[in-house]
Design a protein. Structure first.
Lengths: 44, 311
C-alpha cells in the first residue's frame, strides 16, 4: 500500500497561519487577564 | 459558487466572484486589514494622549490594557464598517482592494469578526479597567457603526460632521480609564478632533467628489457644490484655530504647546483661505496633508510636554 501523504496546499497553509494567529491572540488575552488580575489583587 | 441573494452585496460578487472558499482561503493578514490599521493607529495615539494627560496614575499594565481595548474596539468598528459598506467599497478605486470587495473574505466573516471583537473589547475594558471607559467604548463603536455607517453616511452631507464624534472620543476614553470621569479637559480634546474632522475630510472629498458621487454617498461637494464646501472648510478652520490652544488655556498643556498650537492653527487657517481663493485640487490636497500633520503635532506636543515634565 502506498502511504497517503497529502501535499500541503496553499489553502491549508493559509488556514494554519490563521489558526496560529488566533492562538497567539487568545494566549495574549489570557496573559493580559492574568497580569491585570495580579495587579488588582496586589493593589488591595 | 455562492449565490448572493442580499441585494447589498451584488457588486462585491460582480467584481470578485466569491467561491465558497472565500472565507476559508483568507490569510490572517486579510482579517488584520479589516481592522483599518492606519485609522486604528491614530485612535490609539489620541487615546494614549488622553491617558497620559489625565490627572492621577494608572498601573502600566492596566494602561496598556485600556489602550489595547481601544485599539481592538476601533478595529472592530472598522471591520463592521467594511461589512456594511462592501457594496460601495467595490465601486471606488480607493477601496476596491479591501478584503471583502476583492473576494478574499465574505461579508459574514467580517460581521462575525467585528461583532466578536466589539464584545470582547468592551467586556475586557469593563472588567479589567473601569465601567465608564467601557461604556464610552461601547458608545463609540455603536455610534460609528450604527449612527455613522448605517444611517448618516448614505443620507446626509453632514455624515462626517456628526459621525466625527466617534473618532473624537478616544482621548475621552483614555482619560476615563485613568480617572473614571469625563471632564472639561478631556472634552476639549474631543472637541479639537471633532472640529478638525470636517475640514480634513472635505478637503479630500473636494478632490475625490467623483468617486463618492458615483456610489451615491452624499459628501458635501456633491450636495452643495465645491464653493459652499470651501466656505464651510474655512468656517470650521476659523473655529479650529483658537480651539487648538484651549488645552494650554485650561492648564493641562504647557506654554510651548500653546504657542505651537497658535502658529499651527494660523497655518491651517492660511491653507483654508488659500483653498477658498485659489479653488484648485492642489490647495485642497495641501490642506488635507497639513491637517494630518496638524493633529499629529498637537497631540504629540501635549504628550512630549507631559513626559518631559513641562506641563
Amino acid at each position: 500500500m502506498e502511504a497517503a501523504t497529502m501535499p500541503t496546499s496553499d489553502m491549508h497553509r493559509r488556514r494554519r497561519s490563521r489558526n496560529i494567529a488566533l492562538g497567539l491572540a487568545l494566549a495574549a488575552w489570557v496573559v493580559i487577564i492574568f497580569l491585570v488580575s495580579l495587579v488588582k489583587v496586589s493593589g488591595q | 459558487m455562492t449565490i448572493v441573494t442580499d441585494n447589498r452585496y451584488p457588486v462585491a460578487t460582480d467584481v470578485a466572484p466569491a467561491s465558497f472558499e472565500a472565507g476559508i482561503d483568507a490569510r490572517a493578514s486579510d482579517f488584520f486589514a479589516l481592522l483599518k490599521p492606519r485609522v486604528m493607529s491614530l485612535v490609539v495615539f489620541t487615546g494614549l494622549v488622553g491617558l497620559v494627560l489625565a490627572p492621577g496614575s494608572i498601573h502600566p499594565i492596566i494602561g496598556f490594557t485600556a489602550l489595547l481595548c481601544i485599539a481592538v474596539g476601533a478595529g472592530a468598528s472598522g471591520a463592521l464598517n467594511m461589512w456594511y459598506d462592501a457594496d460601495i467599497d467595490a465601486r471606488m478605486s480607493r477601496t476596491l482592494s479591501r478584503p471583502i470587495p476583492s473576494g478574499r473574505l465574505t461579508p459574514d466573516d467580517a460581521l462575525a469578526f467585528g461583532l466578536v471583537l466589539s464584545v470582547a473589547s468592551v467586556l475586557s475594558m469593563g472588567l479589567l479597567v473601569n465601567v465608564l471607559s467601557a461604556a464610552l467604548l461601547a458608545f463609540t463603536i455603536l455610534f460609528y457603526v450604527v449612527v455613522y455607517t448605517m444611517y448618516l453616511k448614505r443620507r446626509t452631507p453632514q455624515n462626517i460632521v456628526i459621525g466625527g464624534l466617534s473618532g473624537a472620543l478616544p482621548p475621552v476614553i483614555g482619560w476615563a480609564a485613568v480617572t473614571g470621569t469625563v471632564s472639561v479637559e478631556s472634552l476639549s480634546l474631543c472637541a479639537l478632533i471633532f472640529f478638525w474632522t470636517p475640514p480634513h475630510f472635505w478637503a479630500l472629498s473636494l478632490v475625490k467628489a467623483g468617486d463618492y458621487g458615483a456610489v451615491g454617498v452624499p459628501m458635501m461637494p456633491n450636495v452643495v457644490g465645491p464653493e459652499s464646501t470651501r466656505r464651510q472648510i474655512l468656517a470650521y478652520s476659523v473655529l479650529l484655530a483658537p480651539l487648538g490652544t484651549v488645552p494650554a488655556l485650561l492648564g493641562f498643556a504647557g506654554v510651548a504647546y500653546g504657542v505651537a498650537a497658535g502658529v499651527l492653527g494660523l497655518a491651517f487657517l492660511g491653507l483654508a483661505v488659500r483653498l477658498y481663493v485659489k479653488r484648485d485640487n492642489r490647495s485642497a490636497m495641501q490642506l488635507f496633508g497639513f491637517s494630518i500633520l496638524y493633529l499629529f503635532l498637537l497631540f504629540a506636543l501635549m504628550l512630549a510636554e507631559r513626559l518631559a515634565g513641562l506641563s
